[in-house]
Design a protein around this ligand. Structure first.
Ligand code: ATP
Ligand code: MG
Length: 319
């Protein structure tokens, strides 16, 4: 069992002064055992298991519990070790981790902060293209989450719209599922896992190079194109080689696509999705890009949009 450490061990390098985003210091809870939850509705399902809503009885708070089936003992130890590391990384732009429990029958239950508007992937799928000012807002929040992780030498490794969660209550987008291994189910091979895994992979990673910070920036670029188009940017790859071909040989956002986007937004996306990882700016550099610096954030625009998009559960199959 892993539990979130107490407040003194937590880091939030962004400090209290990040453009008026309040520091969330009053919502630290410690989940001590599975018996403290009352299970609620299923919120969604991913490649490794399902996510359900739960009430933490001692505090009355809503949580999201992610159930990951890990039958392999070594993988379970690996997951719990990774969660222990992640529990010390706390930022307003990362989904909070409150504890993890092994239920004795092959499943690890991970207690997470509940994000009341679900994933950006589901929202785009249901509501179509995201207006540019909202996209800009989401990009800023994601960049702050990413800058935080990278400053602490943590790679996200699975940056995609399914791992960008939205909260109307906080008026915020946060990153989830950072730093976790991709292959938790030993010996289980599923087509949707394969496609979901490669779909946001950078060209260099597809060619077998090791994962770097620039790989996360690529994932951000592809996610933003998905927001602009209202759909995943590449044709559904029927094979690994198709996807390599699409990712390496064509711009992710071609000239005729999302023509309503501003020149700054297009330049930002082109930089994130540069085929050469060395030419991709870092998250810190991207926060200095004109698309970010020239547009003062107006929370009302983001809030109005979050208000309009209803809480989404996965209704269509994964890619
Ligand atoms: P993968 O298995 O590759 O991570 P995924 O990210 O789509 O795929 P999950 O992380 O298991 O899968 O999440 C599944 C769904 O559960 C999300 O799309 C979202 O709708 C919901 N969900 C996950 N975490 C939360 C949360 N903290 N708060 C609210 N809803 C959540
Ligand atoms: Mg996820």
């Amino acid at each position: 069992m892993v539990q979130a450490p107490d407040r003194v061990m937590r880091k939030d390098s962004d400090g209290a002064s990040v453009d008026g985003v309040p520091k969330s210091t009053n919502n630290i809870i410690m989940v001590r055992s599975l018996t403290e939850f009352r299970a609620g509705v299923t919120l969604g399902a991913g490649a490794n298991g399902r996510v359900y809503k739960a009430t933490h009885m001692p505090t009355g708070r809503n949580l999201a519990i992610k159930v990951v089936n890990v039958y392999d003992d070594a993988k379970r130890v690996q997951l719990l070790k990774e969660l222990e590391t992640l529990s010390t990384h706390v930022s307003r732009f990362l989904v909070r981790f409150f504890g993890a429990f092994y239920d004795g029958s092959g499943a690890v239950h991970i207690a997470l902060e509940y994000m009341d508007r679900g994933s950006l992937e589901d929202t785009v799928r249901k509501f179509g293209p995201v207006p540019e000012p909202v996209m800009n807002h989401i990009a800023v929040h994601c960049l702050r989450g990413l800058r935080f992780l990278h400053r602490h030498h943590v790679l996200h490794r699975d940056f995609k719209t399914a791992n960008i969660l939205l909260s109307r209550a906080l008026c915020r987008a946060k990153l989830s599922d950072f730093g976790l291994a991709r292959d938790l189910q030993a010996g289980v091979s599923r087509a949707d896992t394969f496609v979901g895994t490669v779909a946001y992979m950078s060209p260099e990673r597809l060619k077998g190079e090791t994962y770097t910070y620039a790989g996360d920036v690529w994932g951000l670029g592809v996610s933003l194109v998905e927001c602009a188009l209202g759909r995943y940017p590449f044709e559904r790859p029927s094979s690994f080689f198709d996807y390599i071909d699409a990712a390496v040989n064509k711009p992710v956002l071609g000239p005729g696509m999302a023509t309503g986007l501003s020149a700054d937004a297009r330049d930002f996306i082109a930089k994130c999705t540069h085929v050469d990882p060395k030419r991709r700016p870092t998250a810190a550099e991207l926060l200095q890009h004109p698309w970010i610096t020239k547009r003062p954030l107006d929370d009302r625009v983001f809030f109005k949009w979050l208000d309009e998009v209803s809480s989404s559960t996965r209704s269509t199959p994964k890619r």
